[in-house]
Design a protein around this ligand. Sequence first.
Ligand SMILES: *Cc1c(COP(=O)(O)O)cnc(C)c1O
Length: 676
Amino acid sequence: MKKSFFITGTDTGVGKTIATVVFGTLLKHNGFDVGVMKPVQCAGNDAAFLKKCLKLKDPLEEINPYHAPEPLSPHLAFQRAKIKIHPEKIMDTYQTLRDRHDILLIEGAGGLMVPLMNNYLVCDLIKELDAELIIVSRLGLGAINHALLTIRQAREQGLKIRGVIFSALSKKILNLPEQTNPSAIKQFGAVDVLGTIPHLDLKILSPRNILSKCSVRVHWKTLVRNMKPPAAERLSAWDKEYLWHPFTQMKDWLDGEPLVIDEAEGCYLKDIQGNRYLDGVSSLWVNVHGHRKKEINQAIKAQLNKVSHSTLLGLSNPPAIQLAKQLIEIAPQGLARVFYSDNGSTAVEVAIKMAYQYWKNTGQTKKSKIAHLKNSYHGDTLGSVSVGGIELFHKVYRDLIFETIKVEFPDFYRCSSGKKYPAYTKECLEKLENFFKKQHVSIAALVIEPLVQGAAGMIVWPSGLLRKISKLCKQYDIFLIADEVATGFGRTGTMFACEQEKVTPDFLCLAKGLTGGYLPLAATLTTQKVFDGFLFDYKDQKTFFHGHTYTANPLACAAALANLKIFQKERVLARLQPKIKYLAKGLKKFYNLPSVGDIRQKGLMVGIELVKDRTTKEPFPWEERIGVRVCQEVRKHGVILRPLGNVIVLMPPLAISMPEIDRLLEATYQSIKKIV
Ligand SMILES: *Cc1c(COP(=O)(O)O)cnc(C)c1O
């Protein structure tokens, strides 16, 4: 159902524009899609003001088809500007805007009897539009006369009046005339009163300001009595008004339409309009066995009936204890203790702090520097940003973070010119060894993302390198911190990536898939040796001073236990192997697309790098946002993806089926083909 309202005044300068902004804001806030029109405008910039205040995307020429520069009655202003007003053109634009929006607010020029040209008054225009009238009246002595004149004239012309809205144009205290105007006009004019707009300072006019001052005093609901805003639009309006999304340029976001997910099942997400999408990136790399997995849901519900949260500071709880035991049982041999936190960044920070403090506690105070690989990503808190190497994400914060040592990494695809494999891998290793040889006395730990550097664009490690780096760390007494936040829980084809090269790190950081993607929980596993490095008398002050309030939340631990149980019961890792091969086979075809420069895969982690020129590997300029555009396109095929720059990431739940892999690949293929 669509509706239009024509907003006219009892006189000029009574606050028509303010009334339009106020109604528009209130309606938008409540989920209605609102458009505005100012058919004729003499001087001023009301139309632009409306467009800006209500964040409208319609072009200004549509909102205001006729504009004359002088502040005169339109018949004179347009005559002097040598512009002829064509009512048909106004009608055409009106139809366009009306079709585009649920509600169209049309702001008049002056009052009803204002001439637009010879033999054509504002009220003649209104008669042609299918719009109800909202009359804006000022408050004060004389207001009754003007309002009643307008009301009578409107009725004589056969116009339908929705009501009168009053506008307080100054901050003046409301005396008797102002207080009684609305009831008098209601009585003598037999009209609805739509409320009173208090004085609003145009300089600080914001939606927030309008909502707080007008929500109660302006009866916007009268305009939409039989209309219901679609829930989807209400939510999307509130999203844009109240939320700030992570890793998102909100300016772009505010210009777009948010996709709101409120249900999911298996590998599919469902938005509030009921559209289904294949969850192609496992809800940002976390989902393992699919959404609404019966066993995980039940485990959480069962735990809810016991206790939702109790602290691990000074107390313990059964799910936390059981999960710690099971994690140690499945982790690479040699890891002996579990320290919980809430997310991947904290899991890494815990490892860094433990490594650093271990050397302090044990008297080797010089071992204080942290090394990490080029292009690394370990999270967004300042400690994890310190060991991050992705310039775009990290450079703004350079001055806030601690100094680290960056280690060269043999990126297969984007290495400096002239480097060849496997020689380059060897070269990097030699550099690392030389560096360790010279500086090991000052290095506390090396942080890595084993087998795949995820956020860098799914850079897959050359095989054997992890094992060799691990050996070097042992040889030079440097802790190896393996950040398996992304690679853990089957992602790379084994439970943990480290297993594939028989490596036991000194620290293993886990998060994303730990609860199957249901609740935030993280764990940092370490060795007995590290643990023993903290066992001192209380008075020695060598305690590990770290802990988050929700550490080892029992609900999250219960979900994690259910997650691990499913791995066993459903033989997830064994059943994953054919899927990995199938995916690899399907990916080959992507090289048919000339823009595909490189395809990298490890298990169910895939990066498809798009390039402008395949031979020179010249990247697409980042401004073109090629990855974002492909991922927008893929939504039309019912698939959700999120890129990393020019790299299209495929990271479906381990539970994905073969036909779903086909769908994922086909949608991605067609989208790349279409966009690039
Ligand atoms: C996602 C990720 C993190 C950060 O995890 P959060 O839960 O987002 O803090 C750290 N390391 C790696 C390898 C990751 O992929």
